[in-house]
Design a protein around this ligand. Structure first.
Ligand code: MN
Ligand code: MN
Length: 461
């Protein structure tokens, strides 16, 4: 009997077939990352994948029976998905919740201006970023605009080779003597994070010639006017593609892996489980939500009571009108599927290595997150931690117990507490990530694959 606990790398323990499965899964995952750089695009792509796999919009379904596969689209920015199981809903459901919003640069409501014959767009950063990482990199523009008649216009520029991209020009080092004296938090003034947008002058305009030309281009392309920026949600995100990283191709680099890695793994776990096992016991639910990076507040966030509405629909449409929603929550279990930090081999001083997550050693299970004295953490109880560990052990899921970093080096919250407050047993479980919140986050492809396996095993219990 092995008495000592040691973290082991996944690669060395996988057989030929599993190594092939890793490739197939991560190839698809990389495509998902490249197609889905905003929460709108994630929801669109998720609906496409769900439709292809026989899931139906719950609005169009009157009666749910074991095996029914449905989804609820919440204002185009979040999604609840479910496969109905045989057990009574009041005995609880298995939930996995992940978020699809990622740090980025949003446009201010009135963003367009011109200075020294250059057209620029004012931005405001979304989520926690190291601002300097977003300077002087190629950016793509994605979003939606609603015109005065409520028509939705989609904008997407900068992903294809033949399209232009955008950038925020950082100051050259030669003239950055003063800038370099400021601390890293201050040396990029967010009010100076303006996107280069154009330089050609309109010949007929008397003033603001560049701005006029830009507005003419936007009007010709999308039928919009300057005021329509106010009724838009447009974001700038890195335009480069997700790719394998390393001479051995063992890692994946890409924008938005926090938390699209968990969101994608959750959806695939649900879809594949429904295919493999047509009579699951517990009803399973995926919560694919927005706004985690800005505090999980609002009607498309993890906190939204639109989720209660979805649960009520499940209760009503399964004909189980006697089920009390609170009782359902109390008997349910959940993985808060969000990424965690890895011990960074060149910055290991911020981690308690013994309690840190190692790249390539499995999906991270975190009893608690938060900071300092476990502040703002829902701290899963030992009984539930044991339940989840046993599920993983029985299903050959490589997992590791971790914490985010040293106790007072910082910290981070998650969405675990939100459903825990309703009475659900919740624990954090997600992929370890290097360079989190940077434009190019890094994961181990073996950890990504194990995240998928972990979620499938959890759903199936
Ligand atoms: Mn996250
Ligand atoms: Mn995050």
């Amino acid at each position: 009997m092995e008495l000592k606990y040691e973290k082991k790398d996944i690669y060395s323990s996988l057989n030929e077939k599993e190594l092939e499965d890793v490739e197939l899964f991560t190839n698809d995952y990389i495509k998902f990352l490249n197609n889905c750089k905003t929460e709108y695009l994630c929801v669109e792509e998720a609906i496409k994948i769900l439709n292809e796999n026989g899931f139906l919009d719950i609005k169009n379904v009157d009666k749910l029976t074991p095996g029914s596969k449905v989804y609820f689209v919440n204002k185009d920015k979040s999604l609840f998905v479910s496969v109905i199981g045989k057990d009574d809903l009041k005995e609880g459901v298995n939930i996995i919740g992940a978020h699809i919003d990622s740090p980025r640069l949003d446009l201010k409501p009135m963003p367009l201006y011109e200075n020294r014959d250059v057209g620029l767009l004012k931005t405001q950063y979304y989520g926690g970023i190291k601002k300097y990482q977003w300077m002087s990199i190629p950016l793509a523009m994605h979003g939606v605009v609603y015109d005065e008649n409520g028509n939705k216009i989609k904008i997407s520029i900068g992903e294809n080779e033949e399209e232009p991209c955008f950038t925020i020009a950082d100051l050259l080092p030669h003239l950055a003597k003063d800038q370099m004296k400021a601390n890293a938090n201050e040396f990029i003034d967010p009010e100076k994070m303006s996107v280069l947008f154009g330089t050609i002058k309109d010949k007929e305009a008397k003033d603001s010639k560049v701005k006029t030309n830009i507005l003419k281009i936007l009007n010709a392309k999308y039928g919009i006017k300057e005021i329509d920026f106010a009724r838009s949600e447009i974001s700038f995100v890195p335009s480069f593609k997700a790719k394998y990283v390393g001479i051995d191709m063992s890692m994946i680099g890409g924008y938005g892996q926090d938390d699209r890695v968990c969101a994608y793994s959750t959806l695939r776990a649900m879809i594949d489980l429904a295919k493999e096992n047509s009579d699951i016991n517990k009803t399973i639910i995926a919560m694919i939500v927005d706004k985690e990076e800005i505090g999980s507040i609002g009607n498309t966030s993890m906190s939204t009571e639109a989720f209660d509405l979805f649960i009520d629909m499940l209760i009503k449409k399964t004909g189980k009108n006697d089920v009390n929603r609170l009782e359902l929550y109390y008997n349910s279990k959940m993985l808060s599927a969000d990424v965690s930090a890895c011990v960074d081999p060149v910055f290991e001083e911020v981690s308690d290595v013994q309690n840190g997550n190692m790249l390539g050693c499995g999906v991270a299970l975190e009893k608690y997150t938060g900071s300092g004295g476990k502040y703002n953490s829902s701290d899963a109880n030992a009984k539930f931690v044991s339940t989840v560990m046993s599920i993983f052990e029985k299903n050959n899921v490589a997992y590791q117990m971790g914490t985010l970093g040293k106790i007072e080096k910082g910290g981070g919250g998650t969405i675990a507490y939100i459903l825990a407050n309703k009475g659900v047993d919740v624990i954090d479980c997600g992929t370890p990530v290097l360079a989190m919140h940077s434009p190019f986050e890094v994961t181990s492809k073996y950890d990504v694959y194990m995240t998928y396996r972990a979620y499938k095993a959890f759903f199936n219990n």
